[in-house]
Design a protein around this ligand. Structure first.
Ligand SMILES: Nc1ncnc2c1ncn2[C@@H]1O[C@H](COP(=O)(O)OP(=O)(O)OP(=O)(O)O)[C@@H](O)[C@H]1O
Length: 124
């Protein structure tokens, strides 16, 4: 198959459209974006290392991607099961659980990275 650069660009456009249709509409995503802004500002203010930035950026990417997957699953469930069904509810709850696992791991990693900087900052 021949590589089609214009088709590739169009695919990026669709992906961007998917992200944009969640921003400002999904409360959990807004929370993660605000948390991201706080962490990035704290990272610059406290001067974290390049390796720590790499870990933080990986955490941010994983949590936001998980939230986007969760939103997609919620929308798909609403489409295929507009009426209440126990399995539809379980699917949504499991997807939300996956986001919680990622977010909790990211929060713990954030604490491991930032607590030494914050203690040094406040004890100086
Ligand atoms: N189709 C469904 N069948 C059974 N339970 C559902 C269904 N949709 C949602 N639920 C349950 O409600 C919880 C919240 O779902 P969701 O965040 O989609 O909100 P909602 O109840 O559909 O209402 P809204 O979309 O207005 O917030 C889910 O985690 C699940 O436990």
């Amino acid at each position: 198959m021949k590589y089609d650069f214009r088709k590739q660009l169009r695919s990026f456009g669709y992906a961007w459209k998917g992200i944009c249709c969640c921003i400002g509409k999904e409360q959990n995503l807004s929370f993660h974006l605000i948390a991201t802004a706080v962490v990035v500002i704290a990272g610059f203010a406290l001067g974290i290392t390049r390796t720590e930035w790499t870990v933080i950026l990986l955490c941010i990417g994983v949590v936001i991607a998980a939230e986007l997957f969760n939103t997609a699953i919620e929308k798909l469930v609403d489409l295929v099961s507009p009426e209440r069904h126990p399995i539809a509810g379980q699917v949504k709850d499991i997807a939300a659980g996956a986001v919680l696992v990622c977010a909790a791991a990211a929060a713990i990693i954030g604490l491991v990275i930032f607590i030494p900087y914050l203690t040094r900052f406040f004890l100086q």
